[in-house]
Design a protein around this ligand. Structure first.
Ligand code: KIV
Length: 270
């Protein structure tokens, strides 16, 4: 299958919805994952704050800092040529004053080479989003199960199941669109609600645990490649089990070192 060639830009992502082209987004956290995601033809590489959990070993996304996110975004930037590079703004970096939120967002474009930033939340963040967009910073929204609110939810739980939450999410999506986001991630909400939101906004929606009717999909690379241990929620599809392959390879290496069968003469310099 031939891979798409054109450089992905914010206007292209917007246009893909109108053209009925589905958007493939995958997370990346460093140079090798950035390269793999780009070479495989993903449209968007997301440096997610899931970095905190899948790379840094924290239990939630809350502890990751702006400096850590910038560091990893720079590394991904070196590997990504075609895909749009979006960086997550971490917890605490945009919930304070609007000028502080805009200044932090600008750092991702200026110091790390991101093409856009992503923020979680609806009406409560629209003023910050509006100002970022005003200042030339493209913003992706994120609604539904927004992991930075995990303490408020009391755990990672499906959102939007009752009528009040359904209405709130529809209004949040409209508010984000009006504030100028170029796309919206919908995480862990009922498929029917994701379809309703997708039909009600002109910007593309990108689902994760939100059913098949969003304009695009996103998965965390560690989950899709089997690198997240036993963690496998219903919405994850495991496309490979690299964790098992890696364990077997490392264990074979250890055994050969102990037996003295690696290295041999062919690995030695004369
Ligand atoms: O941090 C992340 O990886 C995300 C995606 C799951 C959308 O926000």
């Amino acid at each position: 299958m031939s891979l798409p060639q054109e450089k992905v830009t914010v206007p292209l992502v917007r246009a893909m919805k109108a053209q009925g082209r589905r958007i493939a987004m995958v997370t990346a956290y460093d140079y090798p994952t950035g390269r793999l995601v780009d070479e495989a033809g993903a449209d968007i590489a997301l440096v997610g704050d899931s970095l905190a959990m899948v790379v840094l070993g924290h239990e939630t996304t809350l502890p990751v800092t702006v400096e850590e996110m910038l560091h990893h975004t720079r590394a991904v930037r070196r590997g990504v040529k075609r895909a749009l590079l979006v960086a997550d703004m971490p917890f605490g970096s945009y919930q304070g004053s609007v000028p502080e939120a805009v200044a932090n967002a600008a750092r991702f474009l200026k110091e790390a080479g991101a093409d856009a930033v992503k923020v979680e939340g609806g009406r409560r963040v629209v003023e910050a989003v509006r100002q970022m967009v005003e200042h030339g910073i493209p913003v992706m929204g994120h609604l539904g199960l927004t992991p930075q609110s995990v303490r408020q939810y009391g755990g990672f739980k499906v959102q939007g199941r009752d009528e009040e939450e359904r209405q709130a999410l529809l209004e949040d999506a409209k508010a984000l669109e009006e504030a100028g986001v170029f796309s919206i991630v919908l995480e862990c909400i009922p498929a029917a609600l994701a379809a309703e939101i997708t039909a009600s906004v002109r910007v593309p929606t990108i689902g994760i645990g939100a059913g098949p009717d969003c304009d695009g999909q996103v998965l965390v690379i560690h989950d899709m490649l089997g690198l997240s241990g036993d963690f496998k929620p219903r919405f994850v599809k495991r496309y490979a089990d690299l964790g098992q392959l890696a364990r077997e390879a490392i264990s074979r290496y250890c055994q050969e070192v102990r037996e003295g069968t690696f290295p041999t003469a062919e690995h030695a310099y004369s």
